[in-house]
Design a protein around this ligand. Structure first.
Ligand code: FEO
Length: 396
């Protein structure tokens, strides 16, 4: 599979229409994904990134339909993670001794993953690789999102190959931002940012500032997943600036798990109370054990406040909520308010634990929480509504 991006740049990646889980089982990909690899033909020929290992054979066959092995001069590995480097061992088997350009951390990662001894050429920010009429300029991007990550910029074509940054998991036949459903595109972009890049937001802001300082003209941004930004590529950069700056919308998200519906009934009454107090605020409710974890995290990312609910079990909380909290802790969400709630039968420690874990995860816990013994009756449901109203007022 291939298509021309410009006169000198050809996409030689892989659409993965079937992919439904990424990073092992960690990240849901409802709309598949792509692994974008590029062939740059000038007086010299370079390949930028490869594809995931299961596609290595068909990828390498496509590469050699486009260009003979002896005519490939350089391989650029912007990032060592397996979805972009998985086909490198198969490719390099046909390109013995050809230089592989990557960061110093890229060498460590690629050697660690593939136990290889390729002709590594270490590059740093500002280093240039002359292809003839055009140059590749390298820009290190450590922790966006691995230590080895880097971007490269192609002069003449004015394309930034940004690897994971500005990407999204979306398979499409025509891989341009102006050719796909914008609702699907932006939903996948924000999900990608929320679930992968949030912990590195301060670095995102610095990297964008650094790239802007290079004053390079920009016609396209070509990430390594999903569509290529050819129509107003700065729109995704502007979104990243917003998302990296403690992003929140006027939304409160309620996430709970329940055993016999007591905590579910509480959640629904609390949501009603929030809506009564703040009718313009978007209120969303999820059963954390049944909803897609990454979609829930995206909604938490968009929220100014969250309420987490769990009944008490074995003096703790239900495992779905524990797993969600662990993920949220690692994502380092900031400037969000929170509180906990839950039903219990005899001991009821879970609600306090939820509140403590929310605090440890960086949320501002603005209420000591609401505990209810057994199933809520009519009076208890009124208390839940009142709690929702009170919490909503505390989120201003
Ligand atoms: Fe798409 Fe960090 O790999």
């Amino acid at each position: 599979m291939h298509f021309s991006v410009t006169d000198s740049v050809t996409w030689i990646g892989q659409r993965d229409w079937e992919l439904r889980k990424f990073h092992g089982e960690e990240y849901s990909t409802h709309r598949g994904s792509t692994y974008n690899s590029f062939l740059v033909r000038d007086q010299k020929t370079a390949i930028i990134d490869t594809v995931w290992g299961p596609f290595a054979k068909s990828y390498v066959a496509e590469v050699f339909r486009q260009v003979a092995p002896e005519d490939i001069d350089f391989v650029v590995a912007n990032h060592a993670e397996s979805d972009h480097s998985g086909a490198l061992p198969e490719l390099m088997r046909h390109l013995p001794g050809k230089p592989v350009y990557c960061t110093a951390n890229g060498v460590k990662s690629l050697k660690g993953l593939y136990h290889c001894d390729w002709n590594f050429q270490v590059v740093k920010t500002g280093d240039r690789l002359n292809l003839g009429d055009r140059e590749l300029i390298f820009i290190e991007a450590p922790m966006l999102h691995w230590p080895d990550s880097m971007f490269c910029y192609l002069t003449g074509e004015e394309i930034l190959f940004s690897n994971d940054a500005f990407g999204q998991h979306l398979a499409a036949e025509e891989l341009y931002n102006d050719a796909v459903d914008p609702c699907e595109l932006w939903a996948e972009c924000i999900k990608y940012y929320a679930n992968i890049l949030t912990p590195f937001s301060p670095l995102v802001l610095k990297k964008i500032e650094q790239f802007a300082g290079l004053d390079l003209p920009l016609k396209m941004i070509c990430p390594s997943h999903g569509i290529l930004w050819r129509d107003n590529p700065m729109q995704i950069v502007e979104k990243y600036l917003q998302w990296a700056d403690n992003y929140q919308e006027d939304q409160i998200t309620v996430v709970y798990d329940t055993m016999w519906n007591g905590t579910r009934c509480m959640a629904e009454a609390i949501a009603e109370g929030i809506h009564q107090a703040k009718p313009d605020t978007t209120v969303k409710l999820f059963n954390g054990a049944r909803a897609d974890k990454n979609d829930v995290i995206t909604e938490v990312f968009k929220s100014k406040a969250v309420l987490l609910g769990s009944p008490t079990i074995n003096q703790g909380i239900l495992s779905a909520m524990a797993g969600l909290l662990e993920e949220i802790r690692g994502l380092k969400f900031r400037s969000k308010k929170a509180a906990a709630f839950g039903a219990y039968g005899w001991s009821g420690e879970g609600i306090g634990m939820l509140g403590d874990k929310l605090g440890e995860a960086g949320f501002e816990v603005v209420h000591s929480g609401l505990r209810l013994l057994w199933n809520p009756d009519a009076e208890a449901l009124q208390n839940c509504i009142a709690f929702g109203r009170e919490f909503a007022e505390l989120t201003d």
